[in-house]
Design a protein around this ligand. Structure first.
Ligand code: GLA
Length: 387
């Protein structure tokens, strides 16, 4: 991390000929439980991971936003009053530009603030389902909030990040990722109520239990701006309408009898996933608090089955990763995030991690899948100013 901080500051100095005004960072996330619930006003239990996106930033004396990433050789420059014109057309730069635009929509007077140079670097893997996009949005949101003296709260900045992603980038995602990136806390997960946006920290106590959360990156890249994610959202929202519900959050397990009688099989399964997943999140929080992390393995397994069979967002690679981890010592495992590729997570004894790594390598090559990346992640703090 400290190397990455020096690198991004040095890159800033090389590109602008001056020192940055500051350095900000925000993490990627995994979701322990509660997927495809956030846009139904439901519950989720993510944590921020020890992989971060860094932003070195400095105010300019004109009204231009200039973004450069160490991961791309392209510098993008847009005037603050012309952001609308590039909306959805700037590739990776849509994320930082979209945040500036969203802050404008959230009350910042973009005609009164200075332009900014933003130089980015990251060790959050891109397209791996670990929310590199929310890490980027959140680091930029905090940097601009400071430099423009907006005084916005972390939850408000999370909402600006989501607005950027929904209305500037064009991905119809919920508030899960930005909340984890803005509000994460060391050694804790975050219980998110996506309706009220209330959050509660839930201690994980992984280390004391000799456990770790292990990321199983399948290497299948995914994007939520296109394809399956939006389809699932539309299918399940249509089912909610047929049931006369404002949102699926309002349904409980008892309502599934009526749902089965009212909906076709596909609609019913989409609803059953959301309703049961909300219940699993609340049950996991109860178990974590009562009995600690060893108690939640079966809930992770049940969540994976539901995402695979009812919501149909898993893939053969994710299923294989989850099964292999379980067969090699994990207490539970599931895909995490939006699915259609990306990563799974396993709750595993620390001393089983290397066995899981070796077994996954073997299983993936046997199936002709690309080599997976397997590594533990530590629940970490959310967005911060680092210098
Ligand atoms: C993606 C989205 C989130 C959430 C998850 C699924 O990560 O960005 O808002 O919907 O998928 O839980």
């Amino acid at each position: 991390m400290s190397d990455l901080r020096d690198d991004v500051s040095d890159l800033f100095a090389a590109l602008t000929g001056r020192e940055p005004d500051g350095l900000w960072s925000a993490p990627g996330r995994v979701n322990l439980l509660g997927d495809h619930t956030d846009y139904h006003d439901g519950f989720a239990l993510p944590f921020a991971i020890d992989r971060r996106t860094l932003v070195a930033a400095g105010a300019r004396d004109d009204a231009v936003l200039r973004v450069v990433s160490a991961l791309s050789d392209q510098a993008i420059e847009v005037r603050l009053d012309e952001l609308d014109a590039v909306r959805g057309r700037a590739g990776w730069a849509d994320y930082p530009l979209g945040v500036a635009w969203a802050l404008g929509r959230s009350g910042a007077d973009l005609a009164a603030v200075p332009g900014v140079d933003l130089v980015l670097d990251s060790n959050v893997p891109v397209g791996a389902g670990l929310s590199s996009s929310a890490a980027l949005e959140s680091a930029v949101a905090l940097a601009l909030d400071d430099l423009w003296r907006l005084g916005m709260s972390h939850p408000a900045l999370a909402q600006a990040g989501r607005l950027a992603e929904n209305d500037f980038v064009g991905a119809p995602t919920g508030i899960l990722d930005q909340t984890a990136a803005m509000l994460g806390r060391r050694d804790a997960a975050l219980l998110l109520d996506s309706r009220s946006l209330a959050t509660e920290y839930v201690d994980l106590g992984l280390e004391a239990a000799g456990l770790a959360i292990v990321v199983l990156e399948t290497g299948e890249s995914h994007s939520h701006a296109t394809g399956g994610y939006g389809d699932r959202r539309a299918e399940s929202e249509a089912a909610a309408v047929r049931l006369g519900a404002t949102s699926l959050r309002d349904l409980g397990i008892d309502d599934l009898v009526r749902a089965r009688a009212t909906l076709d099989d596909l609609g019913f399964r989409r609803v059953r996933h959301v309703v049961s997943e909300n219940a699993r999140v609340l049950e996991a929080v109860r178990l974590l608090r009562a009995d600690g992390p060893t108690a939640i393995g079966a809930l992770l397994d049940a969540s994976h089955a539901s995402l695979r069979d009812d919501y149909e967002v898993s893939t053969p690679e994710l299923d294989l990763a989850v099964e292999t981890a379980r067969e090699n010592g994990a207490l539970g495992a599931r895909m995490t995030g939006g699915g259609f590729g990306g990563s799974a997570i396993a709750l595993a004894p620390v001393d089983a991690i290397s066995r899981i790594q070796v077994a996954l390598d073997g299983a993936f090559s046997e199936h002709g899948f690309a080599q997976p990346e397997v590594y533990p992640v530590r629940p970490s703090d959310g967005a911060t100013r680092d210098r």
